[in-house]
Design a protein around this ligand. Structure first.
Ligand SMILES: O=C(O)C(=O)CO
Length: 334
C-alpha cells in the first residue's frame, strides 16, 4: 500500500522531533513554487497529486496567496485536511473549504498566554505614554521638551474586552492583577464560570464606558471594520485602544482620524490592516505604540503552536480526524 502524502506549506522551525513522527508515517512533499501563480501551475502539473493533508504556516501565504476557491480548485482532489499553524485563520476561506470537502484546524489555546502578555504590555505602554518618552530618549532628548503628558494608572479603570475567547479571557485574568474592572462584549454571553466576574454589556455600552478597549475578536467577513468611524464616535473621549487580534477588525484610516482628533488618546498595536505596510498616520503619531505582529513571538509559544499543528496532521493522517477543527466546521462529517 502506498504511504500517505503530506504537503508542507512553509517550514518547521522548532518542533523537529514532532515533525519526524510525521515523516515516519507519510511522504512529506514541499512545493517548489515561490508565488501563487507558480503554485497553481505546480498543482495542475500533478506534482502534488495524492496529498491528503497539508500543514501551513501564516507566512506560507507568500507562496499560495489566500486559500480560496480558486486555489482549492487547483489543489489535488485528494486533499481532505488543512492544518493551519496559528489561532487566526482569516487567510483561509472556510465556506470554500467546506464546499471543497476540506476540513481545517487551527491552534486555539496555544497562543493565549503569549498574545495576552503582549496585550498587557501594549496596554500599559499606551496608558503611560511610553512611546513618547522612548522616542525622546533615543533622540538624545531625555523625556523631550515638553515632556510627555502624564499617563494613567490601570487600577480602577474599566477594561472593555471585545471578543471573550481564550485570548480575551487570558487578558481579563492578567488585567485583574493590575486592578482593572473587566467588562466584555461577545457574540454570546459566557457561562458564569468563564466570565469569572467580568460584566457582559452591549457593544454600545462597551464603547461608551470603557477607559481601555482591547480587541480580541477573530477576523472574518462579519467582523471586518467592527470598529470604524461610527464606533469611534460612540467611545468615551480619550479612550486607549489595544489591538492584538487582526488589523482589519478596525478601520485603520478611521483610527488615524480618531487619534488626530483626540477621541482616542493612544493606541497599542501588534497587527495592521495591510501587513507589513503600516498606515503613515500611525507611524507619524507619537501616541501610537507599535510592534510588528509579535504576539506569539516566543520560543515556547512557537514550539507549542508547531507541535499543536503537527498533532492535527498526525491525527488526520492516522485517523482521518482533527484535534481542533475550526468552529465553523464543528459537527461536519470528516
Ligand atoms: O496565531 C495567530 O493567529 C497569530 O496571529 C500569531 O501571532
Amino acid at each position: 500500500m502506498s504511504r500517505p502524502k503530506v504537503l508542507l506549506l512553509g517550514k518547521i522551525d522548532h518542533a523537529h522531533v514532532a515533525w519526524q513522527t510525521i515523516a515516519d508515517i507519510a511522504d512529506v512533499i514541499q512545493p517548489k513554487a515561490t508565488n501563487r501563480d507558480e503554485f497553481i501551475v505546480e498543482c495542475k502539473s500533478g506534482a502534488l497529486d495524492g496529498i491528503s493533508v497539508a500543514y501551513r504556516t501564516f507566512d506560507s501565504v507568500k507562496i499560495t496567496g489566500k486559500i480560496d476557491s480558486e486555489l482549492l480548485d487547483a489543489f489535488p482532489k485528494s486533499i481532505k485536511f488543512l492544518c493551519h499553524n496559528g489561532a487566526g485563520y482569516d487567510q483561509i476561506d472556510i465556506p470554500a473549504c467546506t464546499a471543497h470537502d476540506v476540513r481545517v484546524s487551527n491552534t486555539p489555546t496555544a497562543v493565549d498566554d503569549a498574545t495576552a502578555d503582549v496585550t498587557i504590555w501594549l496596554l500599559i505602554g499606551a496608558l503611560r505614554n511610553l512611546p513618547i518618552g522612548i522616542q525622546a530618549l533615543r533622540a538624545g532628548k531625555w523625556r523631550g521638551s515638553p515632556p510627555p503628558k502624564l499617563g494613567h494608572d490601570p487600577q480602577g479603570k474599566i477594561l472593555g474586552i471585545l471578543g471573550m475567547g481564550g485570548i480575551g479571557r487570558n487578558v481579563a485574568t492578567k488585567a485583574r492583577a493590575f486592578g482593572m474592572r473587566i467588562r466584555y462584549h461577545n457574540r454570546s454571553r459566557l457561562s458564569p464560570e468563564l466570565e469569572d466576574g467580568a460584566e457582559y454589556v452591549s457593544l454600545e455600552t462597551l464603547l461608551a464606558e470603557s477607559d481601555v478597549l482591547s480587541l480580541n475578536l477573530p477576523l472574518n467577513p462579519s467582523t471586518r471594520h467592527t470598529i470604524a468611524a461610527p464606533q469611534f464616535a460612540l467611545m468615551k473621549p480619550g479612550i486607549v485602544i489595544v489591538n492584538t487580534a487582526r488589523g482589519a477588525v478596525m478601520d485603520e484610516a478611521a483610527l488615524v482620524d480618531a487619534l488626530a482628533s483626540g477621541q482616542v488618546s493612544s493606541v497599542g498595536l501588534d497587527v495592521y490592516e495591510n501587513e507589513p505596510e503600516i498606515h503613515p498616520g500611525l507611524l507619524e503619531n507619537p501616541n501610537v505604540l507599535l510592534v510588528p505582529h509579535m504576539g506569539t513571538w516566543t520560543q515556547e509559544t512557537q514550539q507549542k503552536m508547531e507541535e499543536w499543528t503537527i498533532d492535527n496532521v498526525r491525527l488526520a493522517v492516522k485517523e482521518g480526524k482533527l484535534k481542533s477543527i475550526v468552529p465553523e466546521q464543528t459537527g461536519l462529517a470528516a
